[in-house]
Ligand binder design. Structure first.
Ligand SMILES: [Zn+2]
Ligand SMILES: [Zn+2]
Length: 246
């Protein structure tokens, strides 16, 4: 199994990431990807870009070197109501929204609090992806959460960076992936790259999915037609039409 789109990548717009949009695109192309989403941190953590960043992503062409470039964000979950740190106007300007917990924008609470947050977040139609939810300090009731993600059509993300930097994440991600398999929940495999050379890296996650016999049909971005079919239906962006126009 390999991925054809990387839906979680940071650029220098987030202070703790070190590559530009074009560097990420160039490396994605080198890796043979067909799509990349630019998903810098929303303003709830201090090293994210200014609010205007998210309104102005339209200046980036949809297609660069044959790749579809999605305008995205990684929004922060702020509380147990599932509040996120971009308003409707900004969210409406985006193609792809990853939502995740980070300690600076929401200090970890107990399992019940995190579960409430995910259940409320799941109901927000502007959120596409529940990102890196395997972080140990933000543990939630995985079974309850995964059932809600299924009910509200959320994608569950497993990213390669989690396995290196987030303590306990590998074990937790495996547990969550098994539940996604059990309840037939589509997942996304991404890099969460903070440097161009990591764009498209997914080896740790693919290995984990392989170990648990995860069905490839449930990995949205493991197949070009499946992924672009979703983008066309949900986002009204037709990659094949855009490519023809170039
Ligand atoms: Zn994150
Ligand atoms: Zn990230």
């Amino acid at each position: 199994m390999k991925i054809i789109a990387d839906t979680h990548c940071h650029t220098i717009a987030s202070d703790h990431a070190y590559s530009t949009v074009l560097e990420n695109v160039a490396y994605a192309e080198k890796r043979g990807l067909k799509c990349i989403a630019i998903t810098d941190h929303a303003p709830g953590i201090t090293d994210g870009p200014h609010y205007w960043h998210f309104l102005n992503l339209k200046v980036i062409p949809r297609i660069i070197n044959g790749l579809l470039v999605l305008r995205g964000a990684e929004v922060n979950i702020l509380d147990d109501k599932g509040t996120v740190d971009l308003d409707e106007t900004a969210l409406n300007a985006l193609d792809w929204v990853n939502a995740s917990f980070h300690v600076p924008s929401c200090p970890p609470q107990d399992e019940a609090y995190h579960t409430r947050a995910y259940l409320n977040l799941a109901k927000n139609p502007k959120i596409d992806v529940i990102a890196h939810s395997g972080t140990e300090c933000f543990r939630y009731d995985y079974e309850t959460g995964v059932k809600a993600f299924k009910e509200y059509g959320k994608l569950v993300e497993f990213n390669n960076s989690s396995f290196g930097i987030r303590a306990g994440a590998g074990k937790n991600c495996t547990e969550i992936a098994k539940l996604c398999k059990k309840y037939d929940v589509p997942v996304i495999v991404s890099s969460d790259a903070h440097f161009a050379l990591s764009v498209g890296e997914a080896g740790h996650v693919l290995e984990m999915l392989d170990e648990i016999g995860f069905p490839e049909e449930l990995v949205l971005n493991a197949d070009e037609e499946r992924f672009f079919g979703y983008i066309k239906e949900k986002k009204n962006i037709d990659y094949y039409e855009l490519i023809k126009q170039i």
